[in-house]
Design a protein around this ligand. Structure first.
Ligand SMILES: [Cu+2]
Length: 335
């Protein structure tokens, strides 16, 4: 089979010295871009929380093994697509200039070239195979946890999320957007919620997802989790967070007119803090046990909840007791 050099000759590239020069410059630029692209993108990628930050570029580096693997896979793909784009661009520019009417008044009548046809079929197939293998490996790795240490149940509602930690006996509770006029301190508009999901770090968590009414999708980019929540079917995925912190996400399935108002806030805390939190959620003497636990363990303040909101974005401002409320009442409350 013809080697790459033969291919160049076949394309009559080497016959014109001017174009050899242009090609060299093009190749140098391509090489520089490929070499600089990935590390540059690596540097510019932020240690984010899922909330937007100034000058943010690229995917977050993540707080789970899955997200870090997704990030490096994305970097590899970036190199491949940059190289392909530059190659096609240089080739196209060469053909457009070299075979323009003035330079080539009598065009060639060639219709077939077996070698080139084999090459332009086989090379893309090889490139796809190189991409497909790590992609499938990652997909299966993300699919389900090998030895889950705890379970998290996520239920999507129009338009809020319910969480349940059955093994810790933390009953299903609702997580609602904080209305605009109540945002204060380091809360983030459209991302902060009243009762965040609290989970321990360094723990393999099996996530079971359901939709209560329509299809929703639970996405927390930093945790490398995105899974659809269907009514009448349980989906599974997992996460093992290795950095304490707050991670934000959103519903990524168009699920109704308040689809953009059902954010996800995950608080990853140490195992000790998580034990304290579950203990308070179960045994606190306060009227709102989860509020008490969040105030004491996470340092959240709930003063905003004591007066009604003027923007009234919240369908169910109370935690566990709101579970029985139907989506119909949330529609009435929010419109
Ligand atoms: Cu949704």
């Amino acid at each position: 089979m013809m080697g790459p050099l033969g291919l160049w000759k076949n394309l009559r590239l080497v016959k014109d010295l001017r174009f050899v020069k242009t090609r060299m410059v093009g190749l140098m630029v391509a090489l520089a871009a490929v070499l600089a692209g990935a590390p540059l993108s690596s540097v510019l990628a932020v240690e984010s929380t899922g909330a937007p930050v100034p000058w943010q570029l690229d995917l977050p580096k993540g707080a789970t093994v899955i997200q870090r693997q997704l990030f490096s896979f994305h970097q590899e793909l970036l190199i491949i697509i940059t190289a392909i784009t530059i190659f096609v661009f240089v080739l196209l520019a060469y053909v457009a200039i070299r075979y323009r009417k003035a330079a080539s008044p009598t065009p060639s009548r060639t219709t077939h070239n077996f070698t080139i046809e084999v090459i332009w079929t086989v090379v893309p197939v090889l490139i796809l195979a190189v991409i497909a293998f790590p992609s499938f490996k990652l997909l299966y790795y993300m699919d389900r946890a090998e030895k889950p240490e705890m379970t998290l149940k996520v239920t999507g509602h129009q338009w809020y999320w319910n969480y349940e930690l059955p093994e810790q006996k933390v009953e299903e509770f609702s997580s609602n957007l904080i209305p605009d006029d109540k945002i204060s301190g380091n809360q983030i508009r459209l991302l902060s919620v009243d009762y965040p999901l609290v989970v321990p770090v360094d723990t393999t968590i099996q996530i079971l997802l359901n939709g209560a009414d329509v299809i929703h999708s639970w996405l927390v980019t930093d945790l490398g989790v995105q899974k659809s929540a269907f009514p009448g079917r349980t989906n599974e995925t997992w996460m093992k967070i290795d950095k304490e912190g707050t991670y934000y996400g959103q519903c990524t399935q168009i699920c109704g007119d308040r689809h953009g108002y059902m954010p996800i806030e995950v608080r990853a805390v140490s195992k000790e803090k998580f034990a304290q939190w579950t203990d308070l959620v179960l045994h606190s003497t306060a009227k709102d046990k989860m509020r008490d636990a969040n105030e004491k363990v996470l340092g959240l303040s709930y003063g905003w909840m004591d007066s009604p909101s003027k923007t009234a974005q919240i369908a169910h401002p109370v935690a566990a007791s709101a579970v029985a409320a139907t989506s119909a009442s949330s529609v009435t409350a929010s419109r």
